[in-house]
Design a binder for this molecule. Structure first.
Ligand code: KG4
Ligand code: ZN
Length: 343
């Protein structure tokens, strides 16, 4: 069976084709991605209307590219999956509309997928896929959650952020440092030249004893330091502040992940979402997990941020388990706000 997956919830248009065996791990046959980062950079953030229009421009050429790469045709596709939410309403509607139209033309069913489930299951596309159960650290631009995952569809939230997400903390701090959108990777790059001990920044809720997070205070502390540095900070000062900010975010994420592992007694950690690409986070999680005999799994670096492969993969894993609610009546509804685990 072949699943075609579409992702357009924010600023990446992703399309991918996955082969689904009766048993065993589904296999990525081809994927194509277009990032809108360059387009939104001039505005310092995602402009929803521009995002939707660009998804419309990209989605069919990307689909043709995927079919050509896989050496197959649309008639060989069995199920068409798309990100149903959460995300920008207009952007989500592009994938949903294309998926449902293609499905109607081909006489095939569609399957709406939760974007975060896609992130969560993306490590199953790696060379070293995890096994259930595991603790998942989901760190994206909009979400920071620790979850107990027993199976596909079984997601128990152990803790989450009460304000900003980790990705937001990276992005907002980077903006204060004058770095382009999205700031996470730029801040991480700049931090390589800095001293993480140069600035004493807060680690909110570090000692709360619960796997919860708060990052809004960190952003305020970074703003205070930026103001103190004045109009012409040196490159070294900016790098030091970047390194100190990254260190604060990473320390909290690592400590809370260890707490969740301890609480659940599980010996496996899966990291997913854009911030999962952060090298310092990976380095420190690897060290902390090695100390506790915990196996840690990450998605391939290129699959940390949004992509179509993770959506096709989540659909494939649901289909294998008989957990897919397929639709074939031409109707669709996107869910811009949708908590993982809720109906
Ligand atoms: O998962 P994702 O692509 O989008 C959402 O679903 O929200 O995550 C994007 C987030 C952005 O905040 C971006 O700055 C952050 O992931 N990010 C990073 C790195 N690469 C991406 N943050 C820190 N270090 C990185 N290397
Ligand atoms: Zn995402």
């Amino acid at each position: 069976m072949k699943v075609l997956g579409f992702e357009s919830s924010c600023d990446e248009t992703g399309v991918a084709l996955v082969e689904v065996p009766a048993t065993g791990t589904p296999r990525l046959l081809a994927q194509a991605l277009h990032s809108q980062i360059a387009m939104h950079q001039a505005y310092g953030g995602v402009v929803p209307e521009l995002a939707s229009r660009d998804h419309i421009r990209r989605v069919l050429p990307l689909t043709r590219e995927v079919m050509a790469q896989a050496g197959t045709g649309l008639k060989d596709v069995d199920v068409i999956a798309y990100t149903q939410g959460p995300g920008l309403a207009g952007a989500l509607l592009v994938s949903a509309g294309v998926a449902v139209s293609l499905a109607a033309a081909l006489g095939k069913p569609t399957l709406g997928i939760h974007h975060l489930e896609g992130h969560l299951l993306s490590p199953f596309l790696s060379a070293d896929p995890p096994e259930f159960p595991f603790v998942a650290l989901l760190v994206s631009g909009g979400h920071t959650q620790l979850m107990r995952v027993d199976e596909v569809g079984s997601y128990e939230i152990l803790g989450e952020t009460i304000d900003d997400a980790a990705g937001e903390a990276f992005d907002k701090s980077a903006k204060l440092l004058g770095l382009p959108y999205p700031g996470g990777p730029h801040l991480a790059h700049m931090a390589e030249q800095g001293d993480e001990k140069a600035f004493a920044l807060p680690r909110p809720l570090l000692h709360s004893g619960k796997p919860d997070f708060s990052f809004a205070g960190l952003k305020t502390a970074v703003l205070t330091q930026v103001k103190k540095l004045g109009d012409a900070p040196t490159e070294q000062q900016r790098a030091d502040l970047a390194a100190s900010t990254q260190a604060a975010i990473v320390e909290v994420l690592v400590k809370k992940s260890m707490l969740a592992l301890k609480e659940t007694g599980l010996k496996r950690l899966v990291v997913a979402g854009g911030v999962g690409a952060n090298a310092e986070l990976r380095r420190q999680l690897n060290a902390a997990c090695a100390k506790r005999q915990v196996r840690v799994h990450y998605p391939e670096l290129s699959l940390c941020t949004d992509n179509g492969a993770m959506i096709a993969m989540a659909a494939a894993m649901r289909l294998q388990r008989g957990m897919a609610t397929l639709q074939q009546d031409g109707s669709f509804a996107v869910r811009p706000r949708w908590a993982l685990g809720s109906a």
